[in-house]
Design a protein around this ligand. Structure first.
Ligand SMILES: [Ca+2]
Ligand SMILES: [Ca+2]
Length: 307
């Protein structure tokens, strides 16, 4: 998966300049697997408020950032979605704004784009917006859910949504589940069990579904009936974001080790970046091959190039 993004770090540029004085030959640098030599971009002090997820909107070539704004359990109707350019400039901080009279948005978490629609997990409801008009089209209630969190595509008409099963104070509510939800509003439970270990990130993977758990700290592969096939434990637990790339690579974020990991199809684990407190639900800029990392507690977005 070669990156088209060629911007080099200042350090690398300096090294090239320095070496080229002595060695007028082509210099190539060995990189760690999956980690690009381009600089990450840090977007901070721009007004983000408990950002939980990022979604790449390819049609407009922008990043959408979901801001919980306040307590993740509170139905305070003040959540908002920011629109950010790939350079890290905030285009519109409150592009979708719960405070607006015609928008209901409490504590937005995972997001998924399907065609012209944006679907957003919001406590016990999936919010549906039209991306072109920014109008709220629909609310899909998920009965019994307490903490809808990760969202990803299941098929062309439906999404997977996790319920992390958390109650205020981050105690267990016992509602751990993975739902499949149709654009037609039909909600079905793929699996519902506290054995799931507080599922957070979710992605379709190898004909089944992979979840990253915030409680038990595992990557768990389920089949398309919700039956566990295998599981894997990483160096860090309290997993949040989850991406499944075309080549079979999984990318996940760990609150425990403040890191983002890539797990190759052969299960080789690489640390993409660390030292990031509370890295939450990840986005993927497929055009530039970057992982988009919101820092839940830091009110910051990290744009991290990959190779
Ligand atoms: Ca809120
Ligand atoms: Ca999450």
């Amino acid at each position: 998966m070669g990156s088209k993004f060629k911007k080099s770090s200042l350090k690398a540029l300096f090294s090239i300049a320095f070496l080229s004085l002595a060695l007028p030959v082509q210099v190539t640098f060995a990189n760690e697997a999956n980690v690009a030599d381009a600089e990450a971009i840090y977007v901070s002090d721009v007004g983000f408020a408990t950002p939980e997820s990022v979604e790449y909107y390819a049609d407009e070539d922008v990043y959408l950032v979901a801001n919980i704004n306040g307590n993740p359990f509170d139905k305070d109707d003040n959540g908002f979605i920011s629109k950010v350019s790939p350079n890290g400039d905030v285009i519109e901080l409150k592009w979708l704004d719960g405070a607006a009279a015609d928008v209901a948005l409490n504590a937005p978490k995972g997001m998924q784009i399907m065609g012209d629609r944006l679907l957003i997990a919001d406590i016990d409801t999936v919010r549906v917006f039209d991306l072109k008009s920014a109008k709220q089209l629909d609310d899909i209630p998920v009965k019994g859910a307490t903490f809808l969190n990760g969202v990803s595509i299941a098929d062309k008409n439906s999404i997977y949504v996790t319920d992390t099963g958390l109650a205020p104070g981050f105690t267990g509510s016992g509602t751990d589940a993975v739902y499949q939800i149709g654009l037609d509003g039909k909600v079905s439970s793929l699996v519902k069990s506290t054995d799931l270990g507080k599922p957070n990130g979710v992605a379709a993977h190898n004909g089944g579904v992979i979840i990253g758990t915030f409680g038990s700290g595992k990557l768990v592969l389920l089949d398309n009936k919700g039956v566990k096939q295998s599981e894997m434990t990483l160096e860090g637990g309290r997993l949040d974001g989850l991406l499944s790339l075309h080549d079979g690579t999984i990318i996940t974020s760990s609150w425990e080790t403040s890191a983002v990991y890539a797990i190759a199809a052969d299960k080789t684990v690489t640390t993409i970046v660390d030292g990031l407190e509370s890295p939450a639900d990840l986005g993927l800029d497929t055009k530039r091959h970057r992982v988009l990392i919101p820092l839940f507690k830091g009110n910051e977005l990290v744009i991290q190039p990959l190779n």
